[in-house]
Design a protein around this ligand. Structure first.
Ligand code: MG
Ligand code: MG
Length: 249
């Protein structure tokens, strides 16, 4: 069942969203060649806890860290490690959640490590653009298929593919709630959108195949062809007065 939120609940979610967004900004500022993904995770955990919140991902389904940090062909759910040292030219996806006041925020960004290729820059840009193209379709009375079709349409126009195996989701008291929010769809189809929905919209975009698989560690999801992947996510609320991006500083 979809749990609709009232104005008070949405304002509580903005607080969780702000801490989430701040942690991502701090992580982004720290990204450079030579640092480990564990170091980024420490920065994120420190900020979230200092703010009186709890990292949503820590212990979620047994996940061992505060953020999911995924490099290059790793799409999502990468486990931060002191053995993963970022290299010049890498792209790194940082996915963060913070829980406070009974609600979660959930947001992800893809950062450049040093100097990256033009292709990697373009992938990151198109991924972010596809999120905003989808968001434009998020309005009362529209359908989730409108959102997904807009995201996938923009990605395909640019010669890339969207991951289908993993999708966005409702967010609120639980990190993952109904409905699923696919980054593909058919206009006019799918769940009808109404006021009070709070959704994590999160295109995962690949340069090559959209086929992905999980590594033997039971978490990290990588592209089957080893191609690069980017990720961009915000938690958003749909209200009578329009859209609120919850995960912003
Ligand atoms: Mg996320
Ligand atoms: Mg999410």
């Amino acid at each position: 069942m979809i749990q609709l939120k009232n104005a008070e609940q949405i304002s509580a979610m903005q607080k969780a969203g702000k801490i989430t967004a701040e942690a991502l900004v701090l992580a982004g500022e720290a990204v450079k060649p030579g640092i480990t993904t564990k170091h980024l995770d420490d920065i994120i955990r420190h900020h979230i806890e200092k703010s009186g919140a709890r990292p949503s991902f820590l212990g979620y389904g047994g996940f061992p860290a505060s953020a999911c940090i995924s490099v290059n062909d790793e799409v999502i759910h990468g486990i931060p490690s002191k053995d993963v040292v970022l290299q010049d030219g890498d792209i790194v996806k940082v996915d963060v959640g913070a829980f406070i006041g009974g609600y979660h925020g959930d947001s992800a960004r893809t950062f450049a490590v040093g100097n990256i290729s033009d292709e990697a820059k373009r992938l990151i840009r198109v991924t972010e653009e596809s999120f905003w193209q989808g968001l434009k379709k998020l309005e009362i009375g529209a359908r989730l298929g409108d959102v997904g079709a807009a995201i996938e349409g923009h990605v395909k126009e640019n010669g890339y593919s969207v991951v289908r195996k993993y999708v966005g989701h409702g967010v609120g008291r639980n990190l993952h709630e109904s409905p699923d929010v696919p980054n593909y769809g058919t206009p006019g189809r799918g769940q009808r959108l109404c006021a009070g929905m709070t959704l994590a919209i999160e295109p995962m975009v690949c340069t090559g195949t959209s086929e992905v698989h999980e590594l033997a560690n039971g978490w990290t999801v990588v592209t089957n062809d080893g191609g690069l992947a980017a990720h961009y996510e915000n938690s958003v609320a749909l209200t009578e007065n329009g859209i609120i991006v919850l995960t912003k500083v």
